[in-house]
Ligand binder design. Structure first.
Ligand code: ADP
Ligand code: NA
Length: 330
């Protein structure tokens, strides 16, 4: 039996990934390399749906790839590539766009959320059709499973609908992918506002742990994390969101269970917990940063890895697009 195929993408829209990206997504990607035939993509085409600076995009695409490799993606065990290097993504996206209803696309709640502040008039058509490009990403590779968070569920439903619609109209062509809800995924909250998700766009500087930041800065942010006026180290997301978030981070980084940690902190205080979380974060980010910076220094190797990844992806994608063109009468 061939291993099931997964496809997952991440946008190069920040210089550094944050701890939520790592514990909630990237670490699972690393763990899935051996049990799945995994395709991982730095989705730079998605990153231009909002205004961007070309030099920064180039830099961030490399930073994203280097961080994914530093986190443990192994180009021998997965296919890691950059979306724009495989032109088939744009090509299939156009075709799928012609199968997507305007009303159907208008119902995507993420577009509504993202345009709430400035209004739809200020948005690009690319932001509107973002989910269609995402469908193309997934369908080009006969993907069985797509690791997605709750926020991407509706986009995956659209992907499934488009695959079925194409198959019904033009003949069996696309595999209909399933959502893969990652088990035991750590959801990490803002250190200053522990009821809000840690996020590059919404978090204040002191609320976020960026993996490429100076570890001293990260340690300091953890020591200043918001807790509560109690003193008991106990996991209780309702009453103690700050302490619970710190326990989640420590549990994820040390792979010790939450009950085990609660026992270990019996009779100890928040200061002890924060010190240990800070130590665990520093222990993780120190070699991670070194690996990332070493990869960025060696551009030839990094470019080579991405070129080979793109070749492998293109071999699959071009065959699928050829079938699609044939079905459509091109
Ligand atoms: P952000 O929310 O910072 O903009 P993205 O939306 O680019 O991050 O997310 C990239 C990946 O990281 C997604 O798979 C997302 O589910 C995951 N992720 C982002 N923030 C968190 C978080 N705070 N906790 C867990 N996972 C997260
Ligand atoms: Na996302």
């Amino acid at each position: 039996m061939p291993r099931p195929r997964v496809f997952s993408g991440i946008q190069p829209t920040a210089d550094s990934f944050h701890l939520g990206n790592y514990l909630g997504a990237i670490r699972q990607w690393v763990e899935m390399q051996d049990t799945y035939d995994a395709f991982y993509c730095v989705v730079d085409l998605h990153a231009i749906t909002v205004g961007h600076d070309p030099n920064r995009l180039r830099e961030r695409t490399l930073l994203a790839a280097a961080q994914l490799l530093a986190a443990g993606l192994d180009p021998e065990r997965c296919t890691l590539f950059v979306q724009s290097h495989v032109a088939e993504h744009s090509q299939l996206s156009w075709i799928l766009g012609c199968l997507t209803g305007f009303g159907e696309a208008s119902r995507m709640t993420q577009f509504k959320d993202k345009t709430q502040r400035q209004g739809v008039e200020a948005a690009t058509v690319g932001l509107f059709t973002y989910p269609v490009l995402m469908a193309a990403d997934i369908l080009l590779y006969d993907t069985d499973q797509v690791p997605v968070g709750e926020d991407q569920r509706q986009h995956l439903e659209l992907t499934r609908d488009l695959a079925q619609r194409f198959n019904n109209r033009f003949g069996e062509t696309f595999r209909v992918p399933e959502a893969y809800i990652i088990k035991e995924t750590a959801k990490i909250y803002d250190l200053q506002e522990p009821r809000v998700k840690m996020s590059k766009s919404a978090s204040s500087p002191n609320g976020i742990i960026e993996l490429l930041d100076d570890p001293k800065v990260s340690a300091k942010r953890i020591r200043s994390a918001v807790t509560d006026s109690g003193r008991e180290v106990r996991f209780d997301e309702e009453e103690k969101p700050g302490v619970s978030n710190l326990l989640t981070i420590l549990s994820a980084l040390t792979r010790r269970s939450i009950p085990e940690l609660e026992d270990a902190y019996a009779g100890k205080g928040y200061g002890d917990l924060k010190r240990d979380v800070a130590d665990a974060v520093v222990e993780f980010v120190t070699p991670f940063r070194e690996r990332t910076f070493a990869l960025l220094e060696d551009r030839e190797t990094l470019d080579g890895i991405l070129a080979r990844g793109a070749d492998r992806a293109r071999a699959v994608a071009s065959e699928k697009l050829r079938q699609v063109h044939d079905r459509l009468g091109f």
